[in-house]
Design a protein around this ligand. Sequence first.
Ligand code: 6R9
Length: 662
Amino acid sequence: MSDQTAETLANLLKEDRRFEPPAELAEAANVTADAYAAAAEDREGFWAAAAERLSWDTTWDQVLDWSNAPFAKWYVGGRLNAAYNCVDRHVEAGRGDKVAIHWVGEPEGDTRDITYAQLKDEVSQAANALTALGVRAGDRVAIYLPMIPEAVVTMLACARIGAPHTVVFGGFSADALASRLDDCQAKVVVTADGGYRRGTASALKPAVDEARTKTDVVEKVLVVRRTGQDLGENGWDDAVDVWWHDAVDSASTEHTPEAFDAEHPLYVMYTSGTTGKPKGILHTTGGYLVGSSYTHWAVFDLKPETDVYWCTADIGWVTGHSYIVYGPLANGVTQVLYEGTPDSPEPGRWWKIIADYGVTIFYTAPTAIRSFMKQGHEVPDRFDMSSLRILGSVGEPINPEAYVWYRHVIGGDRTPVVDTWWQTETGAIMISPLPGVTAGKPGSAMTAIPGIEADVVDDEGNSVPNGSGGYLVVTSPWPSMLRTIWGDDQRYVDTYWSRFKAQGYYFAGDGAKKDDDGDIWVLGRVDDVMNVSGHRLSTTEIESALVSHPKVAESAVVGATDPDTGQAVVAYVILRDGAVGDGDLDDRAIVRELSDHVRKEIGPIAKPRQIMIVPELPKTRSGKIMRRLLRDVAEGRVVGDTTTLADSSIMDLISAGQATST
Ligand code: 6R9
């Protein structure tokens, strides 16, 4: 670490550092300070103007219909095609030769540049192929792909024909895939033979085959050949499986996009909630595209003619939807799409990509920044990253040290850092600095962006004074808000709109504080949702996975603070009678077995950092598990107040029994 960084870090603990926007950037900024007041004065007028950035087939009659709150309709009567907005209109405007995607495969040298004209042809071909497979407007299509261009092409092809997509992260297991396919009744799955992770080809198609044994909703599986790996003897079903290169490559590049209602479903994205079953968050066409494209332009001060943008998220998460596919492509920018892991084949891979492509705007997650911090600045220092002008952060609170390191080592102390708070449910960035306006404060997401109204409130829903903490709420509807939970309107109302029903506020599930200047610091979840490396996981989901194992009687899962991943999964399990000392398994082997079981049921990201076998769980007299106490143990603290426990000696047993863990 340089002396300067060390000094910066030391200072940070004592003082609130401010990073003023660079003068040049402020002068040419897309959004200026007066936007806040203008939007506050006429919010619907503001969002009507933002919608003008898109091409509409029919304009709307009404910006917002909130008469059936909390079920919103935005741009009522408007009609548009999302794929046309992301692709065709750029080609029609004479920008067909512009590169839309610099795709970088993980194996070195495996790259492809795709222009907007080529993207239009490929999306049209895929739209024709999906139609030929029987997909009609309104049918759901699941996408289970690595980070290859076909993932973007398929999403846009679905949007083009009005078939809502549901992208399932390639790291999810067959079981997790099956439950999502089943919940949204996906007719077609688009997948690949495999993808590259850390230099090796890892299979995807077998998980789809396995998922199909658990649900019979899927009629066709479209398979991209990516790795060329062997699919095995039973790995192909002629009645169901179709190769992408057979169905898509031969399809016509002519396809006329149909305009859909602004409220036509665009996609369903599953995310963890406080109960075991993931929630299918529904986003619709008009409002979502306005929200994602406006925020991408405003928060990153996007200059589509000159910027080269790169968001490192996976398209299996909402960040990939809003800030790789819909926002950036609607804005017609050139972007990098990278298939692999940050440090493969060498630790400087990301920085090399930035240098090679002259990336100007870079958007990533704090967990990645922290892992690079550990490697030191020597690796990034080897690369010329002077093209960068704006850095973004998303997924979890960014700790001030990581913010300062990011700005200093990656951004050469030139670049504003935008810490963007939002959620799968919000569809687009809600709270963030604006790079040409806001003096950045390490660790704070600052204020709601123009057009968005957020607050921090107490238990009764009253706005807390500066210097106090409470719950983060959104106080008025916004265009890219979720419309419902797929197939479960009641759960939508209960989860988001019942906590502050009297005020009509959207409850985000996050705790936050307002500092003395009134700026917002997001502190993390207040419900049973964990945030591991920027990915949301529910405690109950992992608990259900654990108790589905025959050896487990009961389990409790907590998120414990982790220096690398933000939070880590820590599980406590009570084994069934006879599971211990029975046969040849010792505790350690059981822990390993349970860990593998969670991995299989949900996916590697849910794998507990630690599993502790305990004789009992701490419960209140009404039988509620006191996670607070378990968190104390997991984080190595003195166990807090145990007076409400039915049996207060239990915590001594649990604290003493920590030896049996991985
Ligand atoms: C976009 C995304 C949402 C949850 C959210 C919060 C956490 C996201 C954050 C942040 C602090 C930020 N979160 N961005 N916390 N500062 N800048 O991550 O969506 O996967 O749905 O997660 O992530 O806890 O509620 P999603």
